[in-house]
Write a protein of this length. Sequence first.
Length: 307
Amino acid sequence: MAKAPGLETNLIFLATLVVALILVRWLAWLSLKSTNHLIAKASSVATTGRPGELFRSTRANLGKMFPRTMALIEARLTPRKFTGLALTLMVLAAVYIAALLGGLIDELREAEELVRMDEGINDALAVFRTDEIVHVFAFITEWANASAVVAVAAVTTGLLLALRHGHLVMPLWVVVLGSQMTTYAGKYGFGRERPEFLTEIIAVTPSFPSGHATSAIAVYGFIAYVLSREAVTVRRRFEIVFWSAVLIVLIGFSRMLLSLHYTSDVVAGFLVGGFWLLVGFALAELIRSRRSAPGHPDGSNSRNQGP
């Protein structure tokens, strides 16, 4: 059970959480602005003056020498179409996530260090398991249980249809169903036991990977994508993505604090959900690009066609 209430522990925990959120938000916004500035500057340098001339002449020469290869490379790296650079980066990210998940599974099967780290983090969180903090995180974790995920996905489906964004319904449910099937296949295929239950909250399915972490990043990540896709400014997109990420991280952390999952379970859940989220992004953007193509009945009404 949770420890007796400790006012000092609660205040320290909440103050640390608030300060961390403020600091991370400031650093994330600063990093985004700096990255945009560097990309714009690099693009300007690469396309103007002597560097630009050298780049264009080199590309022209390579195009004459290796026409098919250069055509393929340019098709995969063009930023003007989603099927170019954006899709290439998504595929690479999905492959990388799958490799990370495979490496994590191997580590969990063969390396005792990861198991000891999981147990050490779970023990370290014991000091924060006061009644008040447990109640707060029990509320947070409910946002990613099975019934909540289905309800949120159903409501999102209704809103998408009502707002004439029905083309996003299929990608949404591909993300939801794909992530859930992968999660439960991993749970019963791996069969890892959960940590010792230390609060009144318990769970019955195997521990690895965390279904709540998977659901959080899959569902709320896709909703953040839909909202940010319609936002008209970079700042609004940043706020949508940042606070969605905060909710996702808090849901994952709630599973650890409530002693329902080990850290590696939550990380694996994020990787599974992230993989399917990228699949959903790719499907949504491919459908969007087809709808915006000349001759499509919805092409003239499409908005925000950039990736």
